[in-house]
Write a protein that binds this ligand. Structure first.
Ligand SMILES: Nc1ncnc2c1ncn2[C@@H]1O[C@H](COP(=O)(O)OP(=O)(O)OP(=O)(O)O)[C@@H](O)[C@H]1O
Length: 626
């Protein structure tokens, strides 16, 4: 039985044990407590109080996106609450030893149950729910085995293919995109990292062309992404490259990772170690959003002679489920796994100027990780600020941005009381949308749609999407007049798709706009969506799940780009306010960003990282019987 207390945490009404004060303090929620008690009960023998607490913390870890709990830092988990009774945390060393000798780790009297796994690592002891330990181990083992060998590649064919694909290269410095393609061609696993607009998709298209040359035109390609929308975007970009450059024999279809693996309604998958994917190369876009469970399934389904290219931005918001595998692979301690040398064929076709690749980066390259650095989309100032956010330098962020509503700086910070300063921009955006929509000009309408967006951390509350949507629609109604009374969709209304609809080819997170149908009778409406250089047109009634969008969450905005954005920051103590959130929000803009918030909120965002414990970055050894 549970109840919700005034701090929003679910309190367990029944039972009083070691978990109760942690539940009252909001560290553990009801599910953490119930699962830990159930696991202890099923074990068939008494469980030490502190081990029960550790079990609940391992459940909590997965709920909050980690794969394990770092036992040495458990006392840092508790939110600091003034005047509250301090929580009695166990001593970490004693706790490790108690867990190590517990039957939850060693084996239970009631049967072969070993629900927990404990490992000693460079980050101290890590406690896992065993399922996640197994998945990490599987990822580690497969990646290490793949890193131990290299595909055989003819350096001459590779050099010629790189020259064809990249021509004179990325003008303005060393061509990392070409180096990335050389690395992908000469490694079984490549991580292609980089911020928005650094040309990851541009590079992937060329990597495929290079690979096709290596395979003499007979290349089987698997393209996928964690979400339907990201997959559709990847497919559009590759398709356009193929048409423009008359390359790639057939157009590869991009699908979600679930679909690629043949997900079945009962939660199982067609693909696995006994039925592997039939591809020569598999590309995963937006890998930062891929949880550990899916990464494990994907790796287990790959043949050892399939090249895998993981593409993404490790600084962006991570998957909602447990794991931050892309960031883990980019940050992996160089001493972990198989010791790697750069492949000979790569060295044969690529110069690595030490001015561009320091020792640490050369070590990353040997592990198949390359980061693109030159932004091709947004202004230098936004890039510089994003970089300062990533390095945690709040002083530099505050120094680089403009302060107050009157500044013309491309990135400015204004107070909530001055929020009217963004009114002109929001109304201008709505005006441009309306005129293009009424003229039935689909291209102008989708371009206008990308002109501006208000982004919020939360869905609800004074800093959330709900409140800000009302504010923006209020401004628009006052300045431009309201929508026609008594109609559903109207011309000029921006909309957001909220569920995947493969039949119609629209996906959760797609933004479109309602226009007067240029092929209609002048009164009928159409909803239009941008697909690269093409436009997708639907009748509004074909959209089962879509809502008007005048503001959206930063989470939803991942993968989208707007000319200007307004970012509404919550107060400094909001848990959601993190470095990754701020980085993702700022880098949605091509030209200008207005941040509504205080310097303190900005500092808090830069300081707070999405903390995801995982054993993938470090060396570790399991404790107890295998
Ligand atoms: N070397 C280059 N020369 C010219 N244009 C480039 C180059 N690299 C990338 N671009 C252009 O920059 C823009 C952004 O590239 P791309 O979409 O590939 O970046 P991205 O890293 O995939 O971004 P996101 O993560 O936001 O999807 C595109 O218009 C692309 O054509």
């Amino acid at each position: 039985m549970t109840a919700t207390d005034d701090r929003g945490a679910q309190r367990v009404a029944r039972g009083d044990d070691r978990l109760t004060p942690f539940n009252r303090a909001g560290v553990l929620n009801a599910a953490d407590v119930h699962v830990a008690r159930r696991v202890a009960a099923l074990s068939g023998a008494p469980v030490d109080d502190d081990v029960l607490l550790a079990t609940a913390l391992a459940v909590r870890a997965v709920r909050t996106g980690s794969t394990c709990v770092e036992l040495d830092s458990i006392a840092e988990i508790a939110p600091v609450v003034a005047d509250a009774e301090p929580l009695q945390w166990p001593d970490p060393t004693a706790l490790r030893d108690a867990v190590a000798s517990s039957h939850l780790v060693l084996g239970c009297p009631s049967g072969p149950l070993r629900p927990l796994a404990l490992a000693d690592s460079d980050d101290g002891p890590l406690l896992y729910l065993r399922k996640y330990f197994r998945q990490e181990q599987s990822i580690r083992t497969i990646l290490d085995a793949r890193a131990a060998g290299r595909p055989e590649v003819d350096a001459q064919i590779l050099a010629a293919a790189l020259d064809t694909a990249f021509g004179d290269g990325d003008t303005g410095g060393y061509d990392r995109q070409r180096a990335a393609a050389a690395l992908a061609a000469t490694s079984w696993t490549t991580v292609l990292a980089g911020g928005p607009g650094t040309g990851k998709t541009y590079t992937v298209a060329r990597i495929l062309a290079v690979m096709e040359a290596l395979f003499d035109g007979d290349l089987r390609i698997g393209l996928c992404a964690p979400t339907g929308r990201a997959a559709a975007q990847l497919q559009t970009a590759i398709g356009e490259y193929r048409r423009e450059h008359q390359t790639l024999r057939s157009e590869p279809a991009a699908v979600t990772v679930h679909r690629l693996l043949g997900s079945r309604p009962d939660g199982t998958f067609l693909r696995g170690s006994a039925n592997r994917l039939p591809f020569d190369v598999v590309v995963v876009d937006e890998t930062s959003m891929l949880p550990v469970t899916m990464m494990c399934r994907l790796l287990e389904s790959l043949r050892s002679d399939t090249r895998l290219i993981l593409v993404g931005d490790p600084h962006q918001l991570v998957s909602v489920e447990a794991g931050a595998v892309l960031a883990d692979l980019v940050d992996r301690d160089p001493s972990t796994g198989a010791s790697a040398e750069l492949p000979q064929a790569f060295a044969d076709v690529t110069d690595l100027p030490t001015a561009d690749f320091d020792v640490a980066e050369q070590a990353s390259l040997a592990r198949g990780v390359i980061t693109l650095r030159r932004g091709h989309r947004y202004g230098d100032r936004i890039g510089e600020i994003a970089e300062a956010v990533n390095t945690g330098d709040a002083d530099r962020v505050l120094e680089l941005i403009g302060h107050g509503p009157d500044t013309t700086h491309p990135v400015r910070l204004i107070d909530l009381d001055d929020a009217d300063a963004v009114r002109g921009e929001a109304v201008g955006w709505a005006g441009a949308l309306r005129s293009a929509a009424l003229a039935g000009d689909a291209r102008a309408a989708v371009t206008a749609l990308r002109g501006h967006r208000v982004l919020c951390a939360h869905r609800d509350g004074p800093y959330g999407v709900g409140g800000w949507s009302r504010t923006v629609t209020g401004w628009i109604t006052d300045d431009l007049g309201g929508p026609p009374a008594g109609v559903g969709w109207y011309a000029g209304e921006p909309l957001l798709v909220t569920a995947n609809d493969r039949a119609q080819g629209v996906y959760n997170g797609d933004s479109g706009v309602v226009i007067v149908d240029p092929e209609g009778d002048g009164t009928s409406l159409a909803a239009v969506f941008e697909r690269g250089h093409e436009i997708k047109k639907l009748h509004p009634s074909q959209l089962a799940d879509a809502v008007p969008v005048y503001a959206m969450t930063i989470h939803r905005s991942q993968g989208s780009q707007f000319a200007t954005v307004t970012v509404v920051l919550p107060p400094p103590d909001a848990e959601l306010l993190t470095r990754e959130l701020l980085y993702t929000a700022i880098t949605r803009a091509e030209r200008e960003v207005t941040i509504i918030g205080t310097p303190d909120a900005l500092r808090a965002a830069v300081a707070r990282r999405v903390a995801r414990a995982s054993g993938l970055r470090t060396n570790l050894v399991e404790v107890g019987p295998r």
